[in-house]
Design a binder for this molecule. Structure first.
Ligand code: DER
Length: 222
């Protein structure tokens, strides 16, 4: 079995009747969402909030009931999402799919955050994958200069010949740091730069890591 599919489907086993869950974005959590669609057809009762318009469309197609956050809402029971890099101390780089802001919100508002990856995402230290940073369109060039001072050369993410626009109407800068030795410090430094909306470092957020192996088995770190 494909390693992404193995990890994605395994995560669906953690979803129980009555749960309110966050649905991540990307090609690994895709398999979780497909599996949940099958489980809903077989009677599983859940409600979900998608982390992107892409995931919302998929969930609707599969018949997964969706809901919007509301003022008196307690925490979500569970959010399941992928990642672009996972370090040996289980910190993440996310944002390759452009959904990092909503992904980090739902992950932080969940009692349990499950990360699903294939083995190729596992690294000793974060940074080989360029760190996505979501920034306001206004003055993005000025924001980029401030981010560069932290030791990278940000590039504006493009799509079809124009700047990529996130679901929140912002731009994305991809920031190659090579190595991020202190992600906890870096995420604070980034988010205090005026113009930065969110960055793709998910530090100490993962409660359960499911890694799909090349042989189709999974490794679970709880
Ligand atoms: O944008 C993200 O963080 C997504 O979760 C995504 O980049 C995960 O990668 P995948 O498509 O390989 O699962």
């Amino acid at each position: 079995m494909d390693s992404k599919k193995a990890a994605g489907e395994k995560a669906a086993e953690y979803v129980k009747n009555g749960m309110k869950i966050g649905l991540g974005t990307g090609s690994t959590v895709y398999w979780t969402i497909v599996k949940l669609g099958e489980m809903v057809k077989e009677g599983l009762r859940i409600e979900a909030i998608p982390t992107s318009e892409q995931t919302e469309k998929l969930a609707i197609e599969l018949g997964i009931p969706l809901f919007k956050p509301y003022p008196s809402m307690k925490k979500l029971d569970l959010t399941i999402d992928g990642a672009d890099e996972v370090s040996s101390d289980v910190n993440l780089i996310k944002g390759g799919g452009g959904a990092l802001l909503r992904e980090k919100m739902l992950a932080s508002y969940s009692s349990v955050f499950i990360t699903v990856v294939d083995h190729s995402k596992c690294v000793s230290e974060l940074g080989h994958f360029p760190l996505p940073v979501e920034v306001a369109k206004f003055g993005w060039e000025l924001t980029s200069i401030q981010i560069a001072r932290l030791g990278c050369a940000p590039t504006l993410r493009m799509a079809n010949g124009a700047p990529f626009i996130t679901d929140n109407g912002n731009y994305l800068l991809d920031c190659p740091f090579d190595t991020i030795t202190n992600p906890a410090e870096m995420t604070v430094k980034l988010n205090r730069i005026p113009g930065v909306a969110e960055n793709g470092l998910f530090v100490n957020m993962t409660n359960i890591l499911i890694v799909g192996r090349a042989d189709g088995m999974v490794r679970i770190h709880e």
